[in-house]
Design a protein around this ligand. Structure first.
Ligand SMILES: Nc1ncnc2c1ncn2[C@@H]1O[C@H](COP(=O)(O)OP(=O)(O)OP(=O)(O)O)[C@@H](O)[C@H]1O
Ligand SMILES: [Mg+2]
Length: 427
């Protein structure tokens, strides 16, 4: 039985005053926080849009408790959203930890399906990556860590690596994450391209370009082709919401959080979304120069996109050569026949398809963060709307180029040079 219960009978949302009583007798939590609940200090983090997140600290240590609500936290009961997203987050975290290694995601201590509640490692002193990028922080490990995370989770969750029976069962399990997929399908691929009710953009500054993009036939077709790919290509278990707000960092540690959108989709989706958020950070830097010039930061951000992609490619190729035990590209017709060249040719074809598609997903992500419902803090924290629009406009143009011309772009150098040119021409 794969389908999750839609029933929220017995569910009760946690609050700060009752959390100790309700979770104090859960051994896995009390072991981490301390048995004496009178010592527990509970805070709500409060910067997420969908769920409740509490930090619980006691005499022994701390945990984070995340609980889904039967609706979108930010909007309220008028926007119902099933509790089962917590189930998918839990299962995705377990698979990511197995595939990308202990320490790539927060450790999980406890999961209660009926209460849609996950207790996990309190990452401290970690900070959300997006915030560090807005502050202008250069993080030397980030490109490598994210490139490895993507290659390992995406390769090992696909039919390149997994026993196919296990994978098919897993596809069936995650297929039920319909409502969160529906959010992506509408908010990412469709709403930005017409006057959807919940859309917003910096107005009137961007009205002209927004109208142009919404009238752009090639762009609309491309966005729908990408949506088609997202919906139809159940290639691997995606994180599904992999952006710089879903990564927590210190100078030396990188953790990926919040995979509640997990779903089987195309490898290129996660990689493209992540890269887009570094490009948006690049375009937004001009809006954060009140404390000094960000030229070095800008060039570093472009170098990170280069590193993510080259580390991804190298690790994916390594896994192709050493862990290709699934049903795809069987070694019985390649290596075992002494035809390593054919295997390498197939690898290059697969990588080149991922490349072309990730550019498309990245382009669409740039649009939806500026034209849709869910904006990102990189632009939103630029208070002066004229200045914000001057940062957002080149990101929109860049996104359009990526989406429409993706099959004609062949290297990261080309993409990054395009970003520089668009930023300088449009300044
Ligand atoms: N394991 C953790 N350790 C420390 N802080 C955390 C942890 N998990 C989440 N947080 C904090 O809580 C915030 C919200 O968490 P998360 O993004 O998982 O919630 P969400 O409701 O799914 O939000 P979103 O709107 O991004 O979907 C994060 O931005 C981060 O500041
Ligand atoms: Mg979330």
């Amino acid at each position: 039985m794969n389908s999750r219960s839609q029933d929220s009978a017995g569910f009760a949302a946690l609050d700060m005053s009752t959390l100790g009583e309700r979770l104090g007798n859960v051994p896995a939590i009390a072991d981490k926080v301390g048995r004496d609940i009178s010592q527990w200090k509970v805070r709500e983090v409060g910067d997420g849009n969908l769920n409740l997140v509490f930090i619980v600290e006691g005499d022994k240590g701390g945990v984070v408790v995340k609980q889904a609500l039967p609706y979108v936290r930010l909007v309220g009961e008028s926007w119902p959203l099933p509790l089962k997203r917590s189930f998918f987050e839990y299962h995705a975290l377990r698979r990511q930890e197995k595939r990308a290694g202990v320490g790539s995601v927060p450790a999980i201590y406890h999961f209660d399906e009926g209460q849609a509640l996950l207790a996990m490692e309190y990452l401290s002193p970690h900070v959300i990556l997006r915030r560090r990028l807005i502050e202008g922080a250069i993080l030397p490990k980030i490109g490598r860590d994210l490139g490895l995370f993507c290659a390992r989770t995406l390769f090992r969750g696909s039919d390149l690596a997994m026993p196919t029976r296990e994978r098919k069962q897993d596809v069936a399990l995650f297929c039920d994450n319909v409502e969160l997929c529906d959010i992506t399908e509408n908010l990412v691929f469709t709403d930005p391209y017409f006057e959807a009710e919940l859309n917003q953009h910096t107005s009137p500054q961007l009205d002209g370009i927004v109208a142009e993009l919404r009238a752009d036939r090639d762009l609309k077709v491309e966005a729908q082709r990408l949506k088609h790919l997202f919906a139809a290509k159940a290639e691997t278990l995606l994180h599904g919401d992999l952006h710089t707000g879903s990564v927590m960092v210190t100078e030396t540690d990188t953790r990926v959080i919040d995979p509640e959108f997990a779903f089987y989709g195309p490898i290129a989706f996660d990689v493209g979304m992540m890269l887009a958020n570094f490009w948006m950070s690049y375009f937004s830097q001009a809006g954060h120069e009140n404390n000094g010039d960000r030229s070095e930061m800008r060039e570093w951000l472009l170098s990170v996109t280069d590193e993510i992609w080259s580390v991804f490619r190298a690790e994916f190729s390594h896994l192709w050569r050493t862990e290709r035990n699934g049903i795809l590209y069987a070694s019985s017709i390649f290596e075992e026949r002494g035809d390593t060249l054919a295997s390498e040719q197939a690898l290059n074809t697969v990588l080149s398809e991922i490349w072309t598609d990730l550019l498309g997903f990245a382009g669409i992500e740039c649009h939806r963060r500026i034209l849709g419902l869910a904006h990102n803090a990189d632009f939103e924290t630029i208070e002066d709307p004229d200045l914000r629009a001057r940062c957002e406009r080149p990101a929109l143009l860049f996104g359009r180029q990526l989406a429409v011309n993706r099959s004609r772009i062949h290297s990261m150098d080309e993409v990054n040079e395009m970003a520089r040119i668009i930023a300088s021409e449009d300044a």
